[in-house]
Design a protein around this ligand. Structure first.
Ligand code: SUG
Length: 448
Protein backbone atom coordinates (compact mmCIF):
# COMPACT_ATOMS: atom_id res chain seq x y z
CA UNK A 1 0.00 0.00 0.00
CA UNK A 2 1.22 3.46 -0.87
CA UNK A 3 1.18 6.10 1.82
CA UNK A 4 -1.55 8.51 0.89
CA UNK A 5 -3.44 11.38 2.46
CA UNK A 6 -6.37 13.60 1.69
CA UNK A 7 -5.75 17.08 0.34
CA UNK A 8 -8.49 19.70 0.22
CA UNK A 9 -8.58 22.14 -2.66
CA UNK A 10 -10.72 25.12 -1.73
CA UNK A 11 -12.18 27.51 -4.23
CA UNK A 12 -10.94 31.05 -3.87
CA UNK A 13 -14.00 33.31 -3.85
CA UNK A 14 -14.10 35.49 -6.95
CA UNK A 15 -14.44 39.31 -7.00
CA UNK A 16 -18.04 39.21 -8.32
CA UNK A 17 -19.44 37.32 -5.33
CA UNK A 18 -23.03 38.50 -4.93
CA UNK A 19 -26.47 37.33 -3.88
CA UNK A 20 -28.34 36.71 -7.12
CA UNK A 21 -31.00 34.25 -5.96
CA UNK A 22 -29.87 32.01 -8.80
CA UNK A 23 -30.43 28.59 -7.23
CA UNK A 24 -34.07 27.54 -6.93
CA UNK A 25 -34.20 24.73 -4.36
CA UNK A 26 -31.30 26.18 -2.36
CA UNK A 27 -33.16 28.00 0.37
CA UNK A 28 -30.29 30.30 1.41
CA UNK A 29 -29.72 31.43 -2.18
CA UNK A 30 -33.34 32.37 -2.81
CA UNK A 31 -33.97 33.89 0.60
CA UNK A 32 -30.90 36.15 0.48
CA UNK A 33 -31.49 37.26 -3.11
CA UNK A 34 -30.59 40.92 -3.69
CA UNK A 35 -28.81 41.37 -0.35
CA UNK A 36 -25.58 43.34 -0.62
CA UNK A 37 -22.55 41.06 -0.61
CA UNK A 38 -19.02 41.68 0.59
CA UNK A 39 -16.70 39.88 -1.84
CA UNK A 40 -13.59 40.90 0.10
CA UNK A 41 -14.91 39.45 3.36
CA UNK A 42 -16.07 36.33 1.51
CA UNK A 43 -12.61 35.69 0.07
CA UNK A 44 -10.88 36.41 3.38
CA UNK A 45 -13.22 34.06 5.26
CA UNK A 46 -12.36 31.30 2.80
CA UNK A 47 -8.64 32.01 3.04
CA UNK A 48 -8.81 31.92 6.85
CA UNK A 49 -10.27 28.42 6.73
CA UNK A 50 -7.61 27.26 4.28
CA UNK A 51 -4.84 28.70 6.45
CA UNK A 52 -6.26 27.16 9.63
CA UNK A 53 -6.39 23.71 8.06
CA UNK A 54 -2.88 24.07 6.67
CA UNK A 55 -1.72 25.12 10.14
CA UNK A 56 -3.28 21.96 11.56
CA UNK A 57 -1.03 19.97 9.23
CA UNK A 58 -3.52 19.15 6.46
CA UNK A 59 -2.48 19.50 2.84
CA UNK A 60 -4.46 22.39 1.54
CA UNK A 61 -4.59 23.64 -2.02
CA UNK A 62 -6.27 26.58 -3.76
CA UNK A 63 -8.39 26.48 -6.91
CA UNK A 64 -8.72 29.76 -8.80
CA UNK A 65 -12.04 31.55 -9.38
CA UNK A 66 -13.49 31.89 -12.88
CA UNK A 67 -13.62 34.93 -15.13
CA UNK A 68 -16.90 36.77 -14.73
CA UNK A 69 -18.91 38.26 -16.32
CA UNK A 70 -18.89 35.39 -18.80
CA UNK A 71 -19.16 37.66 -21.84
CA UNK A 72 -18.49 34.81 -24.25
CA UNK A 73 -21.95 33.42 -23.42
CA UNK A 74 -23.56 36.73 -24.42
CA UNK A 75 -21.55 36.69 -27.65
CA UNK A 76 -22.76 33.13 -28.27
CA UNK A 77 -26.28 34.52 -27.78
CA UNK A 78 -25.83 37.01 -30.58
CA UNK A 79 -24.75 40.13 -28.73
CA UNK A 80 -22.07 42.02 -30.60
CA UNK A 81 -19.87 45.05 -29.99
CA UNK A 82 -17.12 45.84 -27.57
CA UNK A 83 -17.15 44.30 -24.09
CA UNK A 84 -18.41 47.57 -22.64
CA UNK A 85 -21.16 47.89 -25.25
CA UNK A 86 -22.37 44.39 -24.46
CA UNK A 87 -22.32 45.08 -20.73
CA UNK A 88 -24.11 48.39 -21.33
CA UNK A 89 -26.97 46.55 -23.03
CA UNK A 90 -27.39 44.43 -19.90
CA UNK A 91 -27.30 47.26 -17.39
CA UNK A 92 -31.00 48.03 -17.25
CA UNK A 93 -32.49 44.61 -17.86
CA UNK A 94 -34.36 42.97 -15.04
CA UNK A 95 -33.58 39.49 -16.25
CA UNK A 96 -31.35 37.20 -14.23
CA UNK A 97 -29.23 36.46 -17.28
CA UNK A 98 -26.44 38.94 -16.72
CA UNK A 99 -26.27 38.44 -12.94
CA UNK A 100 -26.10 34.70 -13.55
CA UNK A 101 -23.16 35.27 -15.88
CA UNK A 102 -21.47 37.16 -13.03
CA UNK A 103 -21.94 34.48 -10.37
CA UNK A 104 -18.86 33.56 -8.36
CA UNK A 105 -20.39 30.09 -7.84
CA UNK A 106 -17.22 28.25 -8.88
CA UNK A 107 -16.04 28.93 -5.29
CA UNK A 108 -17.99 25.80 -4.29
CA UNK A 109 -15.42 23.37 -5.58
CA UNK A 110 -17.24 20.34 -4.14
CA UNK A 111 -19.22 20.84 -7.35
CA UNK A 112 -16.21 21.20 -9.62
CA UNK A 113 -15.64 17.50 -10.22
CA UNK A 114 -15.90 13.97 -8.87
CA UNK A 115 -12.53 12.55 -7.89
CA UNK A 116 -11.51 8.90 -7.57
CA UNK A 117 -8.12 8.22 -6.02
CA UNK A 118 -5.62 5.95 -7.72
CA UNK A 119 -6.21 3.12 -5.21
CA UNK A 120 -9.75 2.75 -6.59
CA UNK A 121 -9.30 3.12 -10.35
CA UNK A 122 -8.59 0.39 -12.90
CA UNK A 123 -5.58 2.18 -14.40
CA UNK A 124 -4.05 3.36 -11.11
CA UNK A 125 -4.40 7.04 -11.95
CA UNK A 126 -6.37 9.69 -10.09
CA UNK A 127 -9.50 10.37 -12.14
CA UNK A 128 -11.38 13.67 -12.20
CA UNK A 129 -14.74 14.07 -13.95
CA UNK A 130 -15.61 17.72 -14.37
CA UNK A 131 -19.24 18.30 -13.32
CA UNK A 132 -21.64 19.63 -15.97
CA UNK A 133 -23.84 21.42 -13.37
CA UNK A 134 -26.67 21.28 -15.91
CA UNK A 135 -29.39 21.96 -13.39
CA UNK A 136 -28.60 25.67 -12.91
CA UNK A 137 -27.93 28.10 -15.73
CA UNK A 138 -25.32 30.12 -13.82
CA UNK A 139 -23.41 26.96 -12.94
CA UNK A 140 -23.74 25.17 -16.29
CA UNK A 141 -21.15 27.56 -17.72
CA UNK A 142 -18.41 26.52 -15.27
CA UNK A 143 -17.24 23.27 -16.84
CA UNK A 144 -14.78 24.44 -19.56
CA UNK A 145 -12.88 26.70 -17.14
CA UNK A 146 -12.94 24.05 -14.42
CA UNK A 147 -11.30 21.67 -16.84
CA UNK A 148 -8.60 24.17 -17.78
CA UNK A 149 -7.95 25.06 -14.14
CA UNK A 150 -7.66 21.41 -13.11
CA UNK A 151 -5.38 20.72 -16.07
CA UNK A 152 -3.10 23.57 -14.97
CA UNK A 153 -2.83 22.07 -11.49
CA UNK A 154 -2.99 18.31 -12.08
CA UNK A 155 -0.98 18.40 -15.28
CA UNK A 156 0.83 15.05 -15.20
CA UNK A 157 -0.79 12.51 -17.55
CA UNK A 158 1.17 9.80 -15.79
CA UNK A 159 -0.77 10.41 -12.57
CA UNK A 160 -3.97 12.26 -13.43
CA UNK A 161 -6.82 11.85 -15.92
CA UNK A 162 -9.24 14.74 -16.28
CA UNK A 163 -12.48 13.82 -18.02
CA UNK A 164 -14.58 16.51 -19.66
CA UNK A 165 -18.05 17.11 -18.28
CA UNK A 166 -20.81 14.70 -19.28
CA UNK A 167 -23.13 15.97 -22.06
CA UNK A 168 -25.27 18.90 -20.94
CA UNK A 169 -28.69 17.32 -20.59
CA UNK A 170 -31.02 16.74 -17.66
CA UNK A 171 -30.58 12.98 -18.09
CA UNK A 172 -26.95 13.34 -17.10
CA UNK A 173 -27.18 16.14 -14.53
CA UNK A 174 -24.01 15.92 -12.46
CA UNK A 175 -23.01 18.09 -9.50
CA UNK A 176 -19.65 16.53 -8.73
CA UNK A 177 -18.23 15.49 -5.38
CA UNK A 178 -21.15 17.02 -3.44
CA UNK A 179 -22.95 13.75 -4.21
CA UNK A 180 -19.99 11.41 -3.82
CA UNK A 181 -18.24 10.10 -0.73
CA UNK A 182 -15.21 7.87 -0.57
CA UNK A 183 -14.96 5.53 2.39
CA UNK A 184 -11.81 3.52 3.19
CA UNK A 185 -9.64 2.17 6.03
CA UNK A 186 -6.72 4.27 4.84
CA UNK A 187 -6.44 6.77 1.97
CA UNK A 188 -3.97 4.59 0.08
CA UNK A 189 -6.07 1.41 0.28
CA UNK A 190 -8.88 0.56 -2.12
CA UNK A 191 -12.05 2.09 -0.71
CA UNK A 192 -15.77 2.16 -1.39
CA UNK A 193 -17.12 4.94 -3.57
CA UNK A 194 -20.60 5.99 -2.54
CA UNK A 195 -22.68 7.89 -5.10
CA UNK A 196 -25.94 9.52 -4.03
CA UNK A 197 -28.36 10.65 -6.72
CA UNK A 198 -31.51 12.73 -6.54
CA UNK A 199 -33.50 10.91 -9.21
CA UNK A 200 -33.26 8.34 -11.95
CA UNK A 201 -33.94 10.01 -15.31
CA UNK A 202 -35.24 6.93 -17.14
CA UNK A 203 -37.83 4.82 -15.35
CA UNK A 204 -37.46 6.37 -11.91
CA UNK A 205 -40.43 6.12 -9.56
CA UNK A 206 -39.45 8.56 -6.85
CA UNK A 207 -38.61 12.18 -7.46
CA UNK A 208 -38.96 15.38 -5.45
CA UNK A 209 -42.12 17.37 -6.14
CA UNK A 210 -41.16 20.88 -5.18
CA UNK A 211 -37.49 21.33 -5.97
CA UNK A 212 -35.31 19.82 -8.70
CA UNK A 213 -33.14 16.75 -8.28
CA UNK A 214 -29.78 17.94 -9.54
CA UNK A 215 -27.94 14.59 -9.81
CA UNK A 216 -29.15 11.59 -11.80
CA UNK A 217 -28.31 7.93 -11.29
CA UNK A 218 -27.34 7.79 -14.95
CA UNK A 219 -24.69 10.48 -14.42
CA UNK A 220 -23.30 8.79 -11.31
CA UNK A 221 -23.07 5.47 -13.15
CA UNK A 222 -21.31 7.10 -16.09
CA UNK A 223 -18.69 8.55 -13.76
CA UNK A 224 -18.06 5.23 -12.01
CA UNK A 225 -17.67 3.63 -15.45
CA UNK A 226 -15.25 6.29 -16.71
CA UNK A 227 -13.15 6.09 -13.58
CA UNK A 228 -12.86 2.32 -13.85
CA UNK A 229 -14.32 1.62 -10.41
CA UNK A 230 -14.96 -1.96 -9.29
CA UNK A 231 -18.65 -2.80 -8.91
CA UNK A 232 -17.95 -4.64 -5.66
CA UNK A 233 -16.63 -1.42 -4.16
CA UNK A 234 -19.20 1.02 -5.53
CA UNK A 235 -22.59 1.90 -4.04
CA UNK A 236 -25.36 3.94 -5.66
CA UNK A 237 -28.12 5.22 -3.41
CA UNK A 238 -31.08 7.47 -3.92
CA UNK A 239 -31.43 10.54 -1.80
CA UNK A 240 -34.73 10.87 0.03
CA UNK A 241 -36.88 13.06 -2.29
CA UNK A 242 -38.59 14.53 0.79
CA UNK A 243 -35.33 16.09 1.98
CA UNK A 244 -34.64 17.59 -1.45
CA UNK A 245 -38.06 19.21 -1.12
CA UNK A 246 -36.96 20.50 2.31
CA UNK A 247 -33.94 22.28 0.79
CA UNK A 248 -31.28 19.55 0.69
CA UNK A 249 -30.19 20.22 -2.88
CA UNK A 250 -26.99 18.15 -2.63
CA UNK A 251 -26.26 15.07 -0.52
CA UNK A 252 -23.45 16.94 1.25
CA UNK A 253 -26.12 19.03 2.98
CA UNK A 254 -27.35 15.89 4.82
CA UNK A 255 -24.37 13.47 5.00
CA UNK A 256 -20.58 13.51 5.15
CA UNK A 257 -18.11 10.65 5.33
CA UNK A 258 -14.40 10.17 5.68
CA UNK A 259 -12.26 7.04 6.08
CA UNK A 260 -14.49 4.53 7.87
CA UNK A 261 -17.00 7.00 9.29
CA UNK A 262 -20.29 8.08 7.73
CA UNK A 263 -22.13 10.88 9.54
CA UNK A 264 -25.65 11.40 8.26
CA UNK A 265 -29.21 12.29 9.08
CA UNK A 266 -31.71 9.45 9.48
CA UNK A 267 -33.82 10.87 6.62
CA UNK A 268 -30.93 11.31 4.17
CA UNK A 269 -31.65 8.26 2.01
CA UNK A 270 -34.79 6.85 0.43
CA UNK A 271 -34.10 3.36 1.80
CA UNK A 272 -31.62 3.87 4.61
CA UNK A 273 -31.53 0.27 5.95
CA UNK A 274 -30.67 -1.12 2.49
CA UNK A 275 -28.06 1.61 1.91
CA UNK A 276 -26.38 0.99 5.28
CA UNK A 277 -26.41 -2.79 4.70
CA UNK A 278 -24.73 -2.48 1.31
CA UNK A 279 -22.18 0.02 2.60
CA UNK A 280 -21.33 -2.23 5.57
CA UNK A 281 -21.02 -5.27 3.35
CA UNK A 282 -18.67 -3.47 0.93
CA UNK A 283 -16.75 -1.44 3.50
CA UNK A 284 -16.09 -3.73 6.47
CA UNK A 285 -15.76 -1.88 9.76
CA UNK A 286 -17.72 1.17 8.61
CA UNK A 287 -19.11 3.21 11.51
CA UNK A 288 -22.35 5.00 10.76
CA UNK A 289 -23.33 7.89 13.01
CA UNK A 290 -26.97 8.48 12.23
CA UNK A 291 -28.60 11.59 13.64
CA UNK A 292 -32.32 11.18 14.42
CA UNK A 293 -34.91 13.74 13.39
CA UNK A 294 -35.93 13.94 17.05
CA UNK A 295 -32.51 15.40 17.93
CA UNK A 296 -31.78 17.50 14.83
CA UNK A 297 -34.61 18.19 12.40
CA UNK A 298 -33.97 18.36 8.65
CA UNK A 299 -34.96 22.04 8.89
CA UNK A 300 -32.21 22.63 11.47
CA UNK A 301 -29.74 20.66 9.37
CA UNK A 302 -30.52 22.94 6.39
CA UNK A 303 -30.40 26.07 8.55
CA UNK A 304 -27.11 25.20 10.27
CA UNK A 305 -25.36 23.09 7.60
CA UNK A 306 -24.37 20.58 10.30
CA UNK A 307 -23.67 17.92 7.67
CA UNK A 308 -21.93 20.29 5.31
CA UNK A 309 -19.00 20.01 7.61
CA UNK A 310 -15.56 18.69 6.84
CA UNK A 311 -14.64 15.46 8.60
CA UNK A 312 -10.87 15.42 8.95
CA UNK A 313 -8.59 12.63 10.10
CA UNK A 314 -6.70 13.17 13.35
CA UNK A 315 -5.04 9.74 13.40
CA UNK A 316 -5.71 6.92 15.92
CA UNK A 317 -9.24 6.49 14.65
CA UNK A 318 -10.32 9.99 15.64
CA UNK A 319 -11.68 12.78 13.45
CA UNK A 320 -12.50 16.44 13.81
CA UNK A 321 -15.47 18.23 12.34
CA UNK A 322 -15.15 21.66 10.73
CA UNK A 323 -18.51 23.41 11.02
CA UNK A 324 -19.87 26.88 10.20
CA UNK A 325 -20.86 29.40 12.91
CA UNK A 326 -24.50 28.72 12.09
CA UNK A 327 -24.14 25.37 13.93
CA UNK A 328 -23.31 27.22 17.15
CA UNK A 329 -26.30 29.52 16.78
CA UNK A 330 -28.76 26.68 16.17
CA UNK A 331 -29.48 25.38 19.71
CA UNK A 332 -30.47 21.78 18.86
CA UNK A 333 -27.40 21.41 16.62
CA UNK A 334 -24.98 22.82 19.17
CA UNK A 335 -26.43 20.58 21.90
CA UNK A 336 -25.99 17.60 19.60
CA UNK A 337 -22.38 18.56 18.79
CA UNK A 338 -21.51 18.90 22.47
CA UNK A 339 -22.88 15.42 23.12
CA UNK A 340 -21.11 14.03 20.07
CA UNK A 341 -17.71 15.21 21.29
CA UNK A 342 -18.29 13.71 24.72
CA UNK A 343 -19.67 10.42 23.39
CA UNK A 344 -16.37 8.55 23.04
CA UNK A 345 -17.10 7.97 19.34
CA UNK A 346 -14.75 8.67 16.43
CA UNK A 347 -15.62 12.41 16.19
CA UNK A 348 -14.08 14.03 19.26
CA UNK A 349 -13.49 17.64 18.22
CA UNK A 350 -15.50 20.41 16.57
CA UNK A 351 -13.93 23.55 15.10
CA UNK A 352 -16.14 26.49 14.16
CA UNK A 353 -15.52 28.88 11.25
CA UNK A 354 -17.17 32.10 10.13
CA UNK A 355 -18.15 31.53 6.51
CA UNK A 356 -21.21 33.74 6.54
CA UNK A 357 -20.69 35.27 3.09
CA UNK A 358 -20.66 31.85 1.45
CA UNK A 359 -23.30 30.38 3.77
CA UNK A 360 -25.80 33.06 2.72
CA UNK A 361 -25.64 31.52 -0.75
CA UNK A 362 -25.97 27.97 0.60
CA UNK A 363 -22.26 27.11 0.62
CA UNK A 364 -20.76 25.70 3.82
CA UNK A 365 -17.27 24.40 4.69
CA UNK A 366 -17.71 21.20 2.67
CA UNK A 367 -19.04 23.02 -0.41
CA UNK A 368 -15.92 25.13 -0.54
CA UNK A 369 -13.53 22.22 -0.92
CA UNK A 370 -12.71 19.47 -3.40
CA UNK A 371 -11.16 16.43 -1.75
CA UNK A 372 -8.33 14.71 -3.56
CA UNK A 373 -6.66 11.71 -1.92
CA UNK A 374 -3.06 11.56 -3.15
CA UNK A 375 0.05 9.49 -2.67
CA UNK A 376 3.27 11.39 -2.01
CA UNK A 377 4.36 10.81 -5.61
CA UNK A 378 1.09 12.17 -6.95
CA UNK A 379 1.28 15.16 -4.62
CA UNK A 380 4.75 15.87 -5.96
CA UNK A 381 3.22 16.11 -9.46
CA UNK A 382 0.72 18.80 -8.41
CA UNK A 383 1.53 22.39 -9.42
CA UNK A 384 3.47 23.41 -6.27
CA UNK A 385 2.36 27.05 -6.42
CA UNK A 386 -1.19 26.20 -5.29
CA UNK A 387 -0.31 24.64 -1.91
CA UNK A 388 -1.36 26.83 1.00
CA UNK A 389 1.32 27.97 3.41
CA UNK A 390 2.09 31.15 5.35
CA UNK A 391 3.66 32.90 2.38
CA UNK A 392 0.83 32.08 -0.05
CA UNK A 393 -1.77 33.04 2.53
CA UNK A 394 -0.11 36.39 2.99
CA UNK A 395 0.21 37.01 -0.74
CA UNK A 396 -3.40 36.06 -1.44
CA UNK A 397 -4.65 38.17 1.46
CA UNK A 398 -2.87 41.21 0.04
CA UNK A 399 -4.13 40.38 -3.41
CA UNK A 400 -7.75 40.22 -2.17
CA UNK A 401 -7.41 43.45 -0.19
CA UNK A 402 -5.98 45.24 -3.23
CA UNK A 403 -8.50 44.08 -5.80
CA UNK A 404 -11.81 43.20 -4.13
CA UNK A 405 -14.73 45.48 -3.29
CA UNK A 406 -16.34 45.30 0.12
CA UNK A 407 -19.86 45.95 -1.22
CA UNK A 408 -21.46 44.45 -4.26
CA UNK A 409 -25.11 44.40 -5.20
CA UNK A 410 -26.74 43.05 -8.36
CA UNK A 411 -26.99 46.59 -9.78
CA UNK A 412 -23.19 46.99 -9.52
CA UNK A 413 -22.48 44.00 -11.76
CA UNK A 414 -22.86 46.00 -14.98
CA UNK A 415 -20.33 48.61 -13.85
CA UNK A 416 -17.67 48.60 -16.61
CA UNK A 417 -15.02 49.28 -13.94
CA UNK A 418 -15.78 45.90 -12.35
CA UNK A 419 -14.78 44.09 -15.54
CA UNK A 420 -11.39 45.80 -15.47
CA UNK A 421 -10.96 45.09 -11.76
CA UNK A 422 -11.74 41.41 -12.26
CA UNK A 423 -9.37 40.99 -15.19
CA UNK A 424 -6.55 42.85 -13.46
CA UNK A 425 -6.98 40.68 -10.38
CA UNK A 426 -7.18 37.39 -12.30
CA UNK A 427 -4.20 38.25 -14.48
CA UNK A 428 -2.12 38.75 -11.36
CA UNK A 429 -3.53 35.57 -9.81
CA UNK A 430 -2.46 33.41 -12.74
CA UNK A 431 1.08 34.61 -12.07
CA UNK A 432 0.83 34.09 -8.32
CA UNK A 433 -0.42 30.54 -8.75
CA UNK A 434 1.67 29.85 -11.87
CA UNK A 435 -1.34 28.76 -13.89
CA UNK A 436 -0.49 30.09 -17.33
CA UNK A 437 -3.10 31.78 -19.51
CA UNK A 438 -6.21 29.90 -18.42
CA UNK A 439 -8.84 32.66 -18.67
CA UNK A 440 -10.87 33.62 -21.75
CA UNK A 441 -9.65 37.25 -21.58
CA UNK A 442 -6.11 35.89 -21.76
CA UNK A 443 -7.12 33.69 -24.72
CA UNK A 444 -8.84 36.12 -27.12
CA UNK A 445 -12.18 35.74 -25.33
CA UNK A 446 -12.36 32.03 -26.05
CA UNK A 447 -13.77 29.56 -23.56
CA UNK A 448 -12.88 26.51 -25.61
O1 SUG B 1 -25.10 25.48 -6.50
N1 SUG B 1 -25.23 28.42 -4.59
C1 SUG B 1 -24.61 27.12 -4.85
C2 SUG B 1 -24.20 26.46 -3.56
C3 SUG B 1 -23.42 25.23 -3.78
C4 SUG B 1 -23.20 24.43 -2.55
N2 SUG B 1 -22.42 23.30 -2.81
C5 SUG B 1 -22.51 22.12 -2.18
N3 SUG B 1 -23.56 21.79 -1.47
N4 SUG B 1 -21.57 21.27 -2.35
C6 SUG B 1 -25.57 26.22 -5.64
O2 SUG B 1 -26.77 26.24 -5.34
C7 SUG B 1 -26.13 30.58 -5.21
C8 SUG B 1 -25.69 31.74 -6.07
C9 SUG B 1 -26.61 32.92 -5.96
O3 SUG B 1 -27.82 32.75 -5.75
O4 SUG B 1 -26.11 34.08 -6.11
C10 SUG B 1 -25.42 29.27 -5.58
O5 SUG B 1 -25.07 29.07 -6.72
Amino acid sequence: MNHAFEANFDGLVGPTHHYGGHSFGNVASTSNAAHIANPRAAALQGLAKMKALADLGYRQGVLPPQERPALWVLRDMGYTGTDNEIIGLQANTQSGLFAGLCSASSMWTANAATVSPSADTADGRVHFSVANLTSKFHRSIEAPQTRRSLAAIFASDAHFTIHAALPQHAALGDEGAANHTRLSHAYGEPGTEFFVYGARFWGGQHAPQRYPARQTLEASQAIARRHGLAAERTVFAQQNPAVIDAGVFHNDVIAVGNLDVLFCHELAFLDAPAVYAELRQKQAGLQIIEVPESEVSVADAVRSYLFNSQLLDKGQGKQRLIVPEECRSTPAVWAFLEELQASGGPINEVLVFDLKQSMQNGGGPACLRLRVALTEREAAAVNPAVWMNDALHERLTHWVCRHYRDRLGVADLADPALLIEVRTALDELTQLLELGSIYPFQRDGSDA
